[in-house]
Design a protein around this ligand. Structure first.
Ligand code: ZN
Length: 304
């Protein structure tokens, strides 16, 4: 199998220490490392006196203290949410209580799939109840003194996922949609491979020269267009590998996983199964694969 995307598995940071990544953009890393969160969740604070924060992170005393110390006596106008997974949003109530900031995000829509279900990580739950003060649709703009952010709806990892472009800077906050340390987890029913591919294509079409992505986990991503293209190619190749398996008679998700993911960390078996399931769903939705009964990991699949 050809090489996948090049990942950066080092990160220069210290917990509790605000680090400036671009003029007027600082990052704090929460101390919740893990196989799905890398070193922890990134919280970004943008602005000089009038601030906006992106993703408060998990509920963690030390992280909240570091956020409030970084804000100091300045005004926090908005808290933006990339998506409502708990590692990004759980600190929100305490942060709002301490600052009085308004919340903004896509919000869980009533029919959102995956509601109240555990996601692949087993610890990354969904906050189904989040209702933002300001609902952000695709293309919505949030602005303050010296900064303006535009929301890009990028479903796939989560149906409510937004990326944010910081106008006039070349900075794009990419949440868990595009990260430099690993691929995004696409775990049905919360995740959708069809949406994820469309959202990657959406970013791929942007003229983001001299752009940098600041993701929800891991360090900054330089030359992001290369990575977006590599992710698209990686998923297309994986889809082809899934099709080849089914065609050759390795035709259940359970059987396909060890063929595609060699040397898999047992902790990630569930996530890998869900990822293959996401590919199968996407193939079925396009009429390329057929399943006689409701899709699950041990149902027989057939190439149409
Ligand atoms: Zn996350």
């Amino acid at each position: 199998m050809a090489e996948g995307p090049e990942f950066r598995t080092t990160m220069d940071f210290a917990y509790g220490v605000a680090r400036e990544l671009a003029p007027g953009v600082v990052r704090l890393v929460a101390n919740n490392p893990g196989p799905f969160t890398f070193k922890g969740t990134n919280t970004y604070i943008v602005g000089t006196d009038d601030l906006v924060l992106i993703d408060p992170g998990p509920s963690d005393e030390a992280h909240l203290r570091a956020i409030l110390a970084t804000i100091g006596s300045r005004r926090l106008r908005y808290v933006l949410i990339t998506h409502t997974h708990r590692d990004h949003i759980d600190a929100l109530p305490a942060l709002i209580a301490a600052t009085g900031a308004k919340t903004a995000g896509f919000g869980r829509r009533a029919a959102a799939p995956g509601a109240r279900r555990r996601s692949a990580s087993g610890s990354e739950f969904i906050d189904q109840d989040f209702v933002p003060d300001v609902r952000l649709e695709h293309g919505a703009r949030v602005a303050g003194d010296g900064w303006a952010l535009t929301a890009i709806h990028t479903p796939g990892h989560a149906p409510d996922h937004l990326c944010f472009v910081l106008e006039g800077t070349g900075v794009l906050f990419s949440g868990d949609h595009v990260m430099g340390w690993n691929t995004s987890v696409i775990a049905p029913p919360e995740g959708s491979m069809a949406d994820y591919m469309r959202s990657l294509e959406l970013l791929g079409q942007r003229a983001d020269r001299d752009c940098v992505y600041l993701p929800g986990h891991g360090g900054r991503v330089g030359e992001p267009q290369r990575l977006v293209k590599a992710f698209l190619l990686h998923r297309r190749m994986r889809e082809q590998a899934v099709l080849d398996c089914i065609r050759s008679g390795t035709n259940t998700v359970k059987a396909i996983v060890p063929v595609i993911y060699r040397d898999l960390d047992p902790k990630l078996t569930n996530a890998a199964s869900l990822s293959v399931l996401a590919h199968v769903e996407h193939l079925i939705s396009r009429g390329l694969v057929h399943c006689d009964s409701a899709l699950s990991v041990d149902r027989a699949l057939f190439v149409v």
